[in-house]
Design a protein around this ligand. Structure first.
Ligand SMILES: *[C@@H]1O[C@H](CO)[C@@H](O)[C@H](O)[C@H]1NC(C)=O
Ligand SMILES: *[C@@H]1O[C@H](CO)[C@@H](O)[C@H](O)[C@H]1NC(C)=O
Ligand SMILES: *[C@@H]1O[C@H](CO)[C@@H](O)[C@H](O)[C@H]1NC(C)=O
Ligand SMILES: *[C@@H]1O[C@H](CO)[C@@H](O)[C@H](O)[C@H]1NC(C)=O
Ligand SMILES: *[C@@H]1O[C@H](CO)[C@@H](O)[C@H](O)[C@H]1NC(C)=O
Length: 379
């Protein structure tokens, strides 16, 4: 909490900041900007309140706050194209030109909440796995052909309950343990197919991205140990992914504490000796019970406020930075610029990093909050 006082003195020094953590490896300070093109196309603009409300692209404002990478989600054949392949190629090209690392988050579905397979995909396991493999390869080749180097690729989004339901549905709470392992058998086949699609792409000339498995509730060690235990018990070697990605949110349950996150990440680093990132987090600026009962924060000392957004994220960075062996490699804030979806899936009304002004229906304006500088608190 003391770190806030150094904010203003840090603003000028983005490039000069030393790397995070005990590692000389790149530390991702990312924002998920998946919706930005849709918002811009719909007339949203952004203003930098530290530059006399100068109108600027949101990514430039966030870069001024220390962002060095952008996360983008890709859906299979979405109806209106938003989050589809071409949409992502356009955004990724723009962000890569500005020097940001690109992290592609494969959803393998049009509806991430329920993980159903795309309507046109086969409904039996073998053919589905083949289609998945081909889709991963083709997508990666498309980025390559568009001149985009992907740095990080997640094969599935928050796949705690598997992906490509019902065939790939999985549940770590099935008992006894041999039944858990059996329950993960289809998911393992599908994951291996997706991973083979990455190898196919490399064979076709694509530069190898880091491959991530992304699970939610990163604070829950039991969940993660069982999940990765069941996957590897099905013959998926630990070499089949390069980096763990976890979501960590304060408002879905009070067990999502910093202590639990630290224990979980540190233990997994000891057990697997693999890089780890927190790939989705956010913290409410406004939570006043206007639409829903106020959910308790898992770290109630941190206020729901703009200052609280920075404190929360900086504390998460510190925990990742302190993961043993320098294996903590990044933190990503989820959709800080989403001016018309400000709750970001929470029961609080606003967890983004801009204050939206809707007074002109033709042009929503996002004014940067001081929390856009969250990645500059810690050098
Ligand atoms: C947000 O605004 C964009 C651009 O106008 C529009 O396409 C999209 O449907 C809106 N989303 C929501 C959740 O209102
Ligand atoms: C920036 O815009 C906000 C919102 O309209 C306003 O409150 C503030 O005074 C403006 N700042 C400057 C420097 O113009
Ligand atoms: C795994 O268990 C869940 C919960 O019982 C079930 O919905 C799913 O179909 C099972 N998956 C497989 C492949 O058996
Ligand atoms: C942690 O995950 C395990 C496995 O899914 C689950 O049984 C347990 O209830 C979770 N813990 C909490 C506090 O939700
Ligand atoms: C949000 O609040 C509603 C009640 O308005 C509740 O049913 C729901 O579980 C809450 N959702 C979350 C994610 O906390």
């Amino acid at each position: 909490m003391l770190f806030l006082s150094v904010l203003s003195s840090c603003l000028a020094g983005v490039a000069a900041l030393p790397p995070y953590g005990g590692s000389q490896e790149f530390f991702f300070k990312g924002h998920d900007l998946s919706s930005l093109k849709m918002l811009e196309d719909g007339g949203c603009i952004y203003k930098d309140t530290t530059r006399h409300n100068q109108t600027m692209p949101a990514d430039d404002i966030l870069a001024g706050g220390g962002m060095n990478s952008v996360r983008l989600r890709v859906w299979v054949n979405p109806v209106d194209g938003t989050y589809g392949l071409q949409y992502n190629l356009d955004l990724a090209k723009r962000f890569q030109q500005k020097g940001f690392k690109i992290y592609l988050d494969f959803h393998f579905a049009e509806d991430p909440q329920k993980q159903p397979p795309p309507a046109a995909w086969p409904t039996t396991l073998g053919p589905l796995a083949l289609t998945l493999r081909g889709y991963v390869k083709d997508t990666l080749v498309s980025f390559h052909e568009a001149g985009i180097n992907l740095d990080l690729v997640a094969l599935g989004n928050e796949i705690r309950h598997g992906m490509l339901w019902p065939l790939g549905q999985a549940d770590v709470d099935v008992e006894p343990w041999p039944a858990t392992v059996a329950n993960f058998s289809n998911l393992a086949i599908l994951y291996k197919a997706a991973r083979a699609g990455v190898d196919d792409a490399i064979y076709a000339g694509v530069r190898k991205p880091e491959v991530m498995i992304h699970i939610d509730n990163g604070w829950n060690l039991t969940l993660q140990q069982r999940w990765f235990g069941a996957l590897t018990a099905n013959g998926v070697p630990t070499t089949a992914w390069d980096v763990f990605g976890f979501s960590f949110y304060p408002f879905y349950g009070t067990a999502a504490t910093f202590d639990n996150l630290r224990t979980s990440l540190n233990t997994l680093a000891e057990e697997y000796r693999k890089p780890i990132q927190v790939v989705e987090t956010d913290y409410p600026a406004i939570c006043n019970g206007e639409y829903h009962p106020i959910p308790p924060s898992s770290e109630p000392e941190i206020p729901y406020s703009i200052a609280g957004q920075t404190i929360w994220t900086d504390d998460v960075i510190k925990i990742v930075q302190d993961v043993p062996y320098g294996l903590g490699r990044g933190v990503h804030y989820w959709e800080p610029a989403w001016l018309n979806s400000t709750s970001l899936g929470s029961n609080c009304s606003d967890a983004i990093l801009f204050t939206a002004d809707y007074s002109n229906p033709a042009q929503t304006v996002g004014y940067s909050r001081t929390s856009v500088h969250m990645f500059q608190v810690r050098a």
